[in-house]
Design a protein around this ligand. Structure first.
Ligand code: ATP
Ligand code: MG
Length: 230
């Protein structure tokens, strides 16, 4: 999907709604979100607690589907997909970076980084390790390949998580409070990595409470009560 100016749209949503039902109680977490993000943009999503940031992130990351509305991811209509079909798109198109890194403790960082390639299937182990090592090298971890996550600093662990998110060459990187567990020096280091990735043309969407993190992005999208502020 492209706009008139030829820019390719990575995210395009129209009227996204999300209702959570708990017994007889309904919570309307998103009330009609229209969001367009072009290829190569660096966008921060901000908003008060409970405004729907995580809900929106789960939907644009294909971890969950909307109750109503339409969503095109990298030109593919995904709002009607569920289950395995949604998971397949997610694995191909989305690289996730979480606050808690979510690394496997018992295997080295090459194996950790290669994990999404195992879900993709059809790539031999040696090839998976080669590709993972190449991404780790790009992120400055070439001399740590044999390390396990607990043999690394917090910033290095988050760089491994970023490498894992990139290994499938996704359409976008989606990060939920990626610096939430890091001290300020290490946060700056991770923000430098995102800036570099942006420079290489990656599309980055960060959910954050931190104004310093949001200040790095080119555009800030603010959510209040499940809708984007105009
Ligand atoms: N699984 C769920 N079941 C029911 N209600 C939910 C569920 N997840 C979120 N909600 C509700 O939906 C609304 C939006 O929640 P969401 O987690 O998206 O907010 P958030 O902006 O990410 O908040 P925070 O900054 O605290 O992480 C809140 O009112 C929340 O209570
Ligand atoms: Mg949240």
């Amino acid at each position: 999907m492209s706009k008139g100016n030829g820019a390719h749209l990575v995210i395009c949503t129209e009227g996204i709604r999300k209702v959570y039902r708990l017994g007889k109680v309904e919570v309307e977490a998103l009330r009609g979100v229209d969001l367009v993000i072009e290829d190569g943009e660096y966008v921060a999503i901000m908003g008060p607690s409970g405004s729907g940031k995580s809900t929106l992130m789960h939907i644009i990351g294909c971890l969950d589907s909307p109750s109503a509305g339409e969503y095109w991811l990298d030109g593919e209509r995904v709002s009607d997909l569920r289950g395995r079909r949604l998971a397949r798109i997610r694995n191909r198109k989305v690289g996730f970076v979480f606050q808690n890194f979510n690394l496997l403790p018992r295997v080295d960082i090459v194996e950790n980084t290669a994990l999404p390639l195992r879900y993709t299937g059809g790539i031999r182990r040696k090839e998976r390790r080669l590709r993972a090592s190449a991404v780790l090298e790009q992120l400055g971890l070439g001399d740590r390949l044999q390390h396990k996550p607990d043999e690394l600093s917090g910033g290095e662990r988050q760089r491994v998580a970023i490498a894992r998110a990139l290994v499938n060459d996704p359409a976008m990187l989606l990060a939920d409070e990626p610096t939430g567990n890091l001290d300020s020096d290490t946060s700056r280091e991770i923000l430098r990595v995102f800036r570099e990735l942006r420079g290489r043309g990656h599309t980055i969407v960060i959910v954050t409470h931190d104004p310093n993190v949001a200040a790095e992005a080119e555009r800030v999208v603010r959510l209040t009560d499940g809708a984007i502020e105009q």
